[in-house]
Ligand binder design. Structure first.
Ligand SMILES: NC(=O)c1ccc[n+]([C@@H]2O[C@H](COP(=O)([O-])OP(=O)(O)OC[C@H]3O[C@@H](n4cnc5c(N)ncnc54)[C@H](OP(=O)(O)O)[C@@H]3O)[C@@H](O)[C@H]2O)c1
Length: 306
């Protein structure tokens, strides 16, 4: 049985592709990609069914959104056939933001509205399919933040809103002031980072029936490059499962391991290499059985379950 190719986010029709393209590392390679190269990358992702693109205002030191937007203008497809996600509230100390004396967070209404307007201009669009608050802000005034988010939805600038890296309690606080449900919490999880299984995050997602988005689903690449004992154990366990099910790539099994969870996690893939995206998309055809899934968990934790 294969996984659904789409995942519903809201009751009124906003949905994401089952695997999302993460744009964080777009400008991390050697040479900066030009608009045509970005357009080709967008095309490769869409051809694979990855129609949803995850951004944040801060990616690439505040420069990824504009580079992606330039590529989007060259891409031949239609805006309504893709979903654009962005985030706000992290304030980097950066030459591109000289007013920020130190890294901090800002969930004030004024900052959220200004940041979204910049994201829309950078991405050459008049709406985001999903806006996320990037990190919990200890100074968040839930009434003020919720009013800004609701205003953006009402104005048609965001079709849905959610959060990222929030605890269930922080999520519930913001949700309590909104006239609609928060669509997701984007959290870190992978075969190397399993805390969401036990810290209440995935329980909360199942309880409220929202699909959690998953960042760094390959541990930011450390799954392949890491030299720690844990990484070596997990690679060996993934290789054993790959051999059992005839998967050619460890990344395929690592993504299938996330997809197996009943909370319906939506992995945000960080590779900029189309051939690696192809390998990960094969996970959509795989359903690990319980013992395969637990073998990877055991390798990650370094001991059998109690
Ligand atoms: N909400 C948040 O706080 C937050 C935080 C971090 C990230 N994110 C989102 O999540 C997305 C994914 O995060 P991520 O980039 O850390 O994801 P990831 O998929 O865990 O890591 C991607 C990295 O792994 C490398 N990689 C992939 N396959 C590899 C292989 N076989 N061998 C060696 N290296 C390999 C990629 O390099 P290549 O490009 O060379 O393949 C890339 O550098 C980001 O783009 C962003 O949209 C959100």
């Amino acid at each position: 049985m294969s996984h659904d190719s789409r995942i519903a986010l809201t009751k009124d029709g906003v949905s994401l592709s089952r695997l999302v393209f993460g744009a964080w590392r777009l400008l991390d390679g050697g040479a900066r990609p030009d608009a045509d190269q970005v357009a080709r990358l967008i095309g490769s992702a869409v051809d694979l069914g990855l129609t949803s693109f995850d951004h944040a205002d801060i990616y690439g030191n505040y420069e990824v959104e504009a580079a992606f937007g330039a590529g989007l203008s060259r891409w031949k497809g239609k805006r309504e056939d893709i979903e654009l996600i962005s985030k706000c509230d992290i304030m980097l100390a950066s030459a591109n933001r000289p007013q920020n004396r130190l890294k901090h967070y800002d969930t004030s209404g004024a900052h959220i509205l200004a940041s979204v307007d910049r994201s829309l201009a950078n991405l050459h669009t008049d709406y985001l399919d999903l806006l996320l608050l990037h990190r919990p802000d200890p100074l968040m005034d839930a009434d003020e933040t919720a009013a800004a988010l609701a205003g953006l939805v009402k104005a048609g600038k965001a079709r849905a809103v959610g959060v990222s890296n929030f605890t269930p309690s922080q999520f519930d606080l913001l949700a309590s002031r909104l006239p609609f449900a928060l669509a997701t919490n984007q959290i870190e999880m992978s075969v190397l980072k399993t805390s969401a299984l036990t810290d209440g995050s995935l329980d909360h997602a199942q309880r409220l029936a929202y699909p959690p988005m998953i960042w760094s689903p390959l541990g930011g690449g450390s799954l392949f490059t890491g030299k720690e004992a844990r990484e070596a154990r997990v690679r060996a366990a993934l290789a054993a499962v790959a051999a059992e099910i005839g998967a050619g790539d460890l990344a395929t099994v690592a993504i299938a391991w996330l997809l197996r969870h009943p909370a319906r996690p939506v992995p945000v893939l960080g590779s900029m290499k189309p051939e690696r995206l192809v390998a990960m998309a094969k996970a959509l055809e795989i359903n690990l059985d319980r013992q395969q899934w637990f073998a990877v968990l055991e390798a990650s934790e370094g001991r059998p379950v109690a």
